[in-house]
Design a protein around this ligand. Structure first.
Ligand SMILES: NC(=O)c1ccc[n+]([C@@H]2O[C@H](COP(=O)([O-])OP(=O)(O)OC[C@H]3O[C@@H](n4cnc5c(N)ncnc54)[C@H](O)[C@@H]3O)[C@@H](O)[C@H]2O)c1
Ligand SMILES: [Zn+2]
Length: 371
């Protein structure tokens, strides 16, 4: 079974990736957590409906008596009050320090359940069972937990690593199409950052990927997880290297914020942001037109992206505001070649303006049409 180790202190942990893993989750957890008193599965309705019984059956077969804690679905549920409500439920159900919290769901469930696990009785064991592409390749690895404040996304959170991450790519077959593709942009990102072979899969096996061929998905998720695990292992708290994971996110975040977090899924904003970063790299001479063309084509070939009706001035304004919160510099991750990026803090504003203008043009002409 493909595995990646996240080397963090005080205890490294594994991410295991295998089709059908959900059915073996119980026995794996029984081995890993022999002292678990109780297990609590945090999930949302769409996931429970499709995958809940399979997962719970596997826990029961391994001798656990799992309790389910439901939370509301979607980004608006990423609030501290959700954490508090679930903590009250845990207490009522008699959860103690030896209890285990399992997140079964997408990034929202993982972020909220992770925060809950880090806070309840000052920290109980935590397990991630991610069920979206985004959560499998990105959110479940690296230990960031969090909820949103009115003032901004993910402003309240902790670093709290899970004991193990169990990834079953087979659960992706019930994921809505748009969510599925949105997560794939983070996987393409991993290819651009440091895995040429992964990137080439998107060029050569696009149709199999979009048809959700199980072997294909298992492979590309495993490769993406390995890349994220390596980066996090080298730089747990985003001091330097971990920033490479922000490829596409500088402009991506500005686009998400500017469209009120309603129009674009996170992965879609990253897709546009990746194209923008690539065009910036091209205009400042950090990459060549062949590489830039390959990246844009790979991103756009996955299908329709929402059109961008954003003002360039407002996007630049958002980046300026970010600058204030980031010690006066905005970092751009720029692709140099496929599999290699660099972090730049001196991108001239006109390059950014040009890239955003280009996005607007592209989005009008290309968003409707998959190449
Ligand atoms: N902690 C991190 O490092 C990190 C990294 C990236 C993103 N995030 C966070 O992740 C969140 C986004 O996560 P997401 O994209 O997974 O969204 P999500 O958790 O909202 O899931 C998307 C939708 O898919 C549904 N769903 C999940 N799995 C399904 C399945 N197998 N079948 C059918 N439906 C399913 C969910 O119920 C939800 O409606 C954001 O809040 C973001 O901030 C965190
Ligand atoms: Zn992201």
């Amino acid at each position: 079974m493909p595995q990646a180790t996240v080397h963090v202190l005080p205890r490294p942990y594994q991410a295991s990736i295998e089709n059908g893993l959900l059915s073996r989750a119980g026995s794996l957890l029984a081995e890993l957590l022999p002292n678990a008193s109780r297990v609590f599965v945090v999930t949302v309705a769409p996931v429970r409906k499709r995958w809940g019984s399979k997962f719970l059956a596997s826990l029961k077969a391994a001798g656990f008596n799992p309790q389910v804690i439901m939370m509301p679905d979607g980004e608006p549920a990423k609030r501290l009050e959700t954490v508090e409500a679930m903590a009250e439920k845990l207490a009522k159900m008699g959860a103690d320090r030896k209890s285990v919290i399992i997140a079964l769901g997408g990034g929202v469930v993982g972020d909220v359940a992770g925060l809950l696990a880090s806070l309840y009785m000052r920290g109980v064991e935590f397990v991630q069972v991610p069920t979206t592409v985004l959560a499998q390749v990105d959110a479940s690895i690296g230990g960031k937990t969090g909820v949103n404040l009115v003032a901004g996304k993910n402003l309240l959170g902790t670093f709290y690593h899970p004991r193990v991450v169990l990834i079953d790519p087979a659960v992706l077959k019930t994921l809505p199409d748009r969510e599925f593709r949105a997560g794939l942009y983070e996987a393409i990102k991993c290819g651009i950052i440091g895995n040429v072979e992964l990137f080439i899969r998107f060029e050569q096996n696009r149709d199999r990927i979009l048809k959700r061929d199980p072997a294909e998905l298992e492979w590309l998720i495993a490769q993406s997880v390995k890349l994220k695990a390596e980066v996090v292992s080298a730089d747990e708290h985003e001091g330097g290297l971990r920033r490479v994971l922000n490829l596409g996110h500088t402009i991506g975040h500005a686009l998400e914020a500017e469209t009120g977090y309603r129009k674009l899924l996170h992965g879609e904003a990253v897709a546009w942001g990746t194209i923008a970063a690539t065009n910036i790299a091209l205009s400042v001479g950090r990459t060549d037109s062949v590489t830039a063309g390959r990246i844009s084509d790979a991103v756009l070939s996955l299908g329709r992206l929402p059109e961008l009706n954003v003002s360039t001035t407002k996007i630049i304004g958002r980046l300026q505001a970010d600058k204030k919160t980031q010690n006066g510099v905005v970092h751009f991750v720029l692709p140099r070649e496929i599999g290699k990026v660099e972090i730049s803090s001196d991108v001239p504003e006109r390059a950014v303006i040009g890239a955003v203008e280009e996005l607007r043009r592209l989005s009008r002409s290309a968003s409707g049409r998959a190449r």
